[in-house]
Ligand binder design. Structure first.
Ligand SMILES: [Zn+2]
Length: 314
């Protein structure tokens, strides 16, 4: 089994608790750890820089602290390759090591400093979710009461990311911000960890128009394992999760469904999908309903084809 996962919050846990060792055997503090990656065949994992709400005024230094953890404790050269461009991607897919892509969730501390965006790119950040749930200088998030879109500065930021080769992530954006992004991004964008609103009416999920927009623009929809994004009835399970995949496929998104577990970002888990070592349970369930080729598309190939065209060439 080969898997690519578009979102996890491992770095946040490691930032909160510096004693956590990603490579320690039976590392129960982390849902995604090296052992679980090996067990499930996770070939590429995206690691998000997510500053917790307890940091009232996020600073660029806070990003640097996360990036330092990533390079010091996760990017261990003989085990894991940091993917920054298409040749790194091919090297990982053809080799024995696993790969990691550094991403950012919440551009708050960039604060319209173009230099900061460029530095983040140089340090390896290849995907940015512009907001978390609330507003910042660039855009409004999904729980911001005024339900606004992108600011002028935010629209400039979209262009800058497009030009640099940073993929934009619409998860957590307000509905209006989503459409602003759709209007202003010249490159396909993704929602790394959002399910289908029609299946589970949670504000963090995508409505059908949003899903269709991602499909027609060649984006990706990252099916996520957060129980309250899976079901609003308190009965989240792998079979309920399958309904989201089915729904995106019914809208024509068979080639756009990807995984965005959000592991390590939430505490209450679905039975059988409690950590990244259990992805085989999902693969088995998918195999009951879809042909092997399609299951492989969901598990990794749809992400792979996206990264093959969206990551910088070199
Ligand atoms: Zn998130």
């Amino acid at each position: 089994m080969v898997i690519i996962d578009g979102h996890c919050d491992v770095l946040w846990k490691m930032y909160e608790n510096p004693l956590i060792d990603f490579y320690a055997p039976q590392q129960a503090e982390l849902d995604v750890n090296y052992e679980n990656m090996m067990k499930s065949g996770i070939k590429i994992q995206c690691f998000a820089i997510y500053l917790p709400e307890s940091i009232k005024q996020p600073k660029f230094d806070d990003y640097l602290e996360y990036i330092n953890i990533f390079y010091q404790k996760i990017a261990i050269m003989d085990k894991l390759t940091v993917i920054k461009n298409q040749s790194d991607l091919q090297q990982v897919m053809n080799g024995t090591k696993v790969g990691a892509i550094l991403t950012l969730e919440g551009a708050d501390a960039i604060n319209d400093h173009s230099l900061y965006t460029q530095i983040l790119f140089r340090l390896g950040v290849r995907m940015i979710g512009v907001t978390w749930n609330y507003a910042n200088w660039a855009a409004d998030g999904i729980l911001e009461a005024r339900k606004g879109g992108f600011s002028k500065k935010g629209k400039r930021f979209i262009k800058e990311c497009n030009d640099l080769g940073i993929i934009l992530d619409a998860s957590h954006l307000s509905v209006r911000s989503f459409w602003d992004l759709a209007d202003h991004s010249k490159k396909p964008f993704v929602a790394t960890h959002s399910n289908a609103y029609a299946v589970c009416p949670h504000p963090r999920n995508l409505n059908d128009d949003q899903i269709r927009a991602l499909i027609t623009r060649g984006g990706r929809i990252g099916i996520t394992f957060v129980p309250w994004f899976v079901s609003d009835k308190g009965d989240a399970s792998i079979s309920r999760l399958m309904k989201h995949i089915e729904h995106v496929c019914a809208l024509g998104g068979e080639k756009q469904v990807v995984l965005g577990s959000d592991f390590d970002g939430f505490n209450i888990k679905m039975p059988g999908l409690e950590h990244a070592g259990q992805l085989d349970n999902l693969a088995q369930q998918l195999s009951r309903y879809y042909k092997d080729q399609i299951v492989e598309n969901f598990l990794y190939r749809n992400w792979l084809t996206f990264f093959e065209t969206s990551l910088p060439i070199s």
